[in-house]
Design a protein around this ligand. Structure first.
Ligand SMILES: Cc1cc2nc3c(=O)[nH]c(=O)nc-3n(C[C@H](O)[C@H](O)[C@H](O)COP(=O)(O)O)c2cc1C
Length: 210
């Protein structure tokens, strides 16, 4: 099948949303934890987290336009902090429910039965049930002019992770801790590692890392 830009534009709205949301392939599944200025903990499901750099350690998330109330975006703007918590197999239902539009004064933690955890070094709440939690300080919020979305760039302040999850080269064994991945807006997947490769060089055949 061939689809032109016109074909995509002419799709029924929900069909187009599902189609385009699937095109970028598998995405990460994270719960973004924030706290409002009045002290209400907020949790929202985001599949747009991206690695932006390792030194300084930066990550980005994309927020939808603030034409309606966006608690995550508002809280980050007002407090400057957010947490990113991996979704694993046993918390998929609670995580997906966090995408529901609860009023600002309702904490999704209470609504879906997840546990907020605080840290001395970071004011935004973590999800206790998560196997990887990352505390970030907002460094830059960029407007994406073409669609009024926002790229929120955070610097990593601290990471909470089980010792066994970190391999000897520093890579996190995501599969071992059952971190899941998302496709589209409502498909959740477990993963199966194929191979880990050594650094690719033009003058050397590719080899599997032992
Ligand atoms: C699978 C999935 C992925 C999502 N990813 C994002 C995302 O990356 N950015 C975003 O702004 N909203 C995303 N959403 C929508 C938010 O979860 C939803 O708007 C939520 O109500 C936001 O809550 P908040 O107002 O507390 O921030 C996603 C929803 C689902 C179901």
């Amino acid at each position: 099948m061939y689809l032109s830009d016109h074909d995509i534009r002419d799709m029924p709205k929900q069909y187009r949303t599902n189609f385009v949301n699937s095109l970028s392939g598998f995405k990460s599944a994270n719960l973004i934890g924030t706290r409002s200025q009045s002290g209400c903990n907020n949790l929202a499901l985001f599949s747009s987290a991206v690695h932006l750099g390792a030194n300084p350690a930066l990550m980005g998330i994309i927020s939808r336009p603030d034409s309606v109330t966006r608690d995550t975006l508002t809280n980050i703007r007002e407090t400057g902090y957010f947490s990113l918590n991996h979704v694993h197999k046993d918390m998929i239902e609670a995580a997906h429910q966090c995408a529901a539009r609860y009023p600002s004064e309702v904490s999704e933690f209470d609504a879906v039965g997840l546990t907020p955890q605080t840290s001395q070094h970071h004011p935004a709440p973590y999800v206790k049930e998560s196997h990887v939690s990352i505390g970030l300080k907002s460094r830059e919020i960029m407007t994406i002019a073409v669609n009024n979305c926002y790229l929120i760039i955070g610097e990593i302040i601290e990471v909470k992770i089980e010792n066994e999850a970190i391999q000897k080269d520093g890579t996190i064994a995501l599969e071992a801790i059952q971190t899941v991945t998302i496709s589209g807006l409502d498909h959740y997947h477990t993963t199966r590692l194929i191979h880990q490769y050594n650094y690719a060089k033009p003058d050397r055949p590719l080899s599997i890392k032992k």
